[in-house]
Ligand binder design. Structure first.
Ligand SMILES: C[S@@+](CC[C@H](N)C(=O)[O-])C[C@H]1O[C@@H](n2cnc3c(N)ncnc32)[C@H](O)[C@@H]1O
Length: 267
């Protein structure tokens, strides 16, 4: 049997007292032959994902700070969006090195974008603005009409009120709110270049319209995060985005959260 003395990041051993670590490694190696009889240790379970792989990002200072903001923006109600916040932070880290503003279609209470700004390096001096586009209605989207009338139930992930959402961004400069229904409101959005586009409106028609509107404005290397692309039950968005991908010639990465990620590359 080959002896492995490595201590791998993200494992329980990596987190125990360094004095104990050699003994823990020895025990791990001794128990290896019996491993098939032991249950694999999960490192993350939630939001449709179960994994035993390295999830060290969960314990970084940056992630903990961002996630605390997410939780606070949701009114300190329980949430399970770790992986989505991780992906949004990754997208904004890419955008940080590019020219162009950030835009979100479907803001709700601003969980994702307030987390992004909370840890964005020197946001105030970044020469970027964040444009937040939503009806800011708390009512669910009707899945036949795409409308949010008051006959639809209130969704806890949709805006409690415009004032409430604004309070979640009160600490940040360069944030613009565009209030209205997509696609009707698209012409009111004044932007030249975009580096990060987040689309999360739970309905295919405005999502396609939003991406078509943005496409030419997205700089090379810019990133698009589709919240519902492969999400369970959102087949219409999946099909419609795949048709748009063919038309505009881009590739979509499906992620385990049911999201999609696109990097706009040179064509
Ligand atoms: C799931 S929520 C967005 C959550 C948000 N990304 C966050 O980080 O908390 C979906 C949002 O899309 C908005 N929405 C749905 N259809 C829309 C449309 N046609 N035009 C504008 N906003 C729309 C809703 O008002 C709702 O706030």
């Amino acid at each position: 049997m080959q002896i492995d003395l490595n201590i791998y990041p993200g494992t329980r051993i990596s987190r125990v007292n360094p004095v104990i670590q050699p003994f823990a490694v020895a025990l791990r190696e001794l128990l290896k032959p019996f491993k098939k009889y032991t249950k694999e240790k999960l490192s993350y379970k939630g939001d449709g994902i179960t994994t035993s792989h390295n999830c060290d990002f969960l314990y970084t200072e940056k992630f903990i700070k961002a996630y605390a903001k997410c939780y606070q923006s949701h009114g300190s109600l329980s949430i399970n969006l770790h992986w989505r916040i991780h992906q949004a932070l990754w997208c904004s880290a890419i955008a940080q090195h590019l020219q162009g503003d950030i835009i979100e279609f479907g803001v709700g209470n601003g969980l994702v974008m307030s987390s992004v700004l909370e840890v964005y390096e020197d946001w105030e001096n970044s020469n970027k603005k964040l444009i937040l586009v939503d009806t800011f209605s708390p009512h669910n989207v009707d899945h036949l009409s795409g409308k949010q009338d008051s006959s639809q139930p209130i969704n806890p992930f949709y805006a409690k009120s415009l004032e409430y959402v604004k309070s979640n961004f009160a600490a940040f400069k360069n944030v613009e709110f565009v209030i209205g229904f997509i696609p009707n409101i698209l012409s009111a959005i004044k932007v030249d270049n975009l580096s990060f586009v987040h689309i999360d409106m739970n309905y295919y028609a405005p999502e396609i319209a939003a991406l078509e509107f943005c496409w030419e404005k997205i700089v090379e290397g810019g990133v698009i995060l589709l919240d519902d692309y492969a999400y369970n039950g959102h087949h219409e968005q999946y099909s419609a985005m795949n048709v748009l991908a063919k038309k505009l010639n881009f590739e979509i990465l499906t992620t385990p959260t049911g999201q999609g990620i696109i990097i706009k590359s040179r064509r």
